[in-house]
Design a protein around this ligand. Structure first.
Ligand SMILES: NC(=O)c1ccc[n+]([C@@H]2O[C@H](COP(=O)([O-])OP(=O)(O)OC[C@H]3O[C@@H](n4cnc5c(N)ncnc54)[C@H](O)[C@@H]3O)[C@@H](O)[C@H]2O)c1
Length: 268
């Protein structure tokens, strides 16, 4: 139940173009809590604001959509400028854009797998933080939320090493930022989801199915069997954690990597 936890705040969420993705779920939850929201994603992946308003209950005057590649500093600056121009500032940066690619076999990883994983997951996060910093400094209570992964805290079967390494780096970046920015009243935390039902998870499940010689349904059941609560998460369940971290209820929480995995791989 929404209670206006983010009223008066403006958030920029990267990788928020896909209706089934974690980024758009976070956007919906933030809007429910009263925030203004800028959704950004790669060209061709963004859902136009008018469409979002038509398909969902997104209030048109509190939503902006922009095409931006997090790997490009000029795009990152444009996304931040959109928040400033349309809503007068920026209080919350959610670095959600990410790629999951490559073989679970280390020796089969390509140069492209490594460069894309590091460029988007790590450098993209850092580029967005750099672009947003001056705006966040103007906010009375700003925060950065980096969507890392359970793979940012431990090695998990079937996950490509380039993804795991990039997400460990995101957790490290989050902690270092939190340390530096605490005196400026800017918090930085990472969210570490386990398995979440999105387009990215669907691709991962297909890869597991192929590797194990089983069907996609069997692969999903295999995945669920590694989770204490016996099922993967819905994107909204990750969004609830983002709302908490973005709100003033989390004013004493910074530098943390919070797991939302349903107890995956004995993650309790
Ligand atoms: N789904 C899961 O099980 C799971 C688990 C742990 C962590 N995560 C993380 O959650 C985040 C969201 O993933 P998702 O599952 O919603 O997947 P998704 O593929 O639906 O969303 C990722 C989004 O990032 C965007 N993106 C990729 N490269 C980009 C770039 N250079 N610039 C801007 N946007 C870019 C994509 O276009 C896509 O819309 C990712 O960081 C992912 O690593 C997902």
């Amino acid at each position: 139940m929404a209670s206006g936890l983010l009223t008066g705040k403006t958030a920029l969420i990267t990788g928020a173009g896909r209706p089934r993705g974690i980024g758009q779920a976070i956007a919906r939850a933030f809007l429910d809590e009263g925030a203004n929201v800028v959704l950004s994603d790669l060209a061709g992946v963004t859902t136009p604001a008018s469409e979002l308003t038509r398909l969902t209950a997104f209030p048109a005057d509190r939503v902006a959509v922009i095409e931006a590649d997090v790997c490009k500093p000029a795009d990152a600056s444009r996304a931040v400028l959109t928040a400033q121009d349309q809503f007068g500032g920026l209080d919350i940066l959610v670095n959600n854009a990410g790629v999951g690619r490559g073989s679970p076999d280390f020796m089969e990883l390509t140069e492209e797998d490594w460069s894309a994983s590091i460029a988007v997951n790590l450098r993209g996060t850092a580029i967005m933080c750099t672009a947003a910093m001056e705006s966040l400094r103007q906010s009375p209570s700003a925060c950065i939320i980096n969507v890392a992964s359970l793979s940012g805290l431990r090695a998990i079967p079937h996950i490509p090493a380039c993804y795991t390494a990039s997400k460990f780096a995101v957790v490290g970046l989050t902690k270092q930022l939190a340390l530096q920015l605490a005196s400026e009243n800017i918090r930085a935390n990472a969210i570490c989801p386990g398995s979440v039902r999105t387009d990215m998870m669907e691709i991962a499940v297909e890869a597991i199915a192929e590797a194990e010689g089983i069907t996609a349904a069997e692969a999903e059941a295999l995945e669920a069997s590694t989770i204490a609560v016996g099922r993967v998460a819905e994107p909204d369940e990750i969004a609830h954690l983002a709302v908490f971290l973005a709100s003033d209820n989390a004013s004493y929480i910074t530098g943390e990597a919070l797991v939302a995995s349903g107890g995956m791989y004995n993650g309790l």
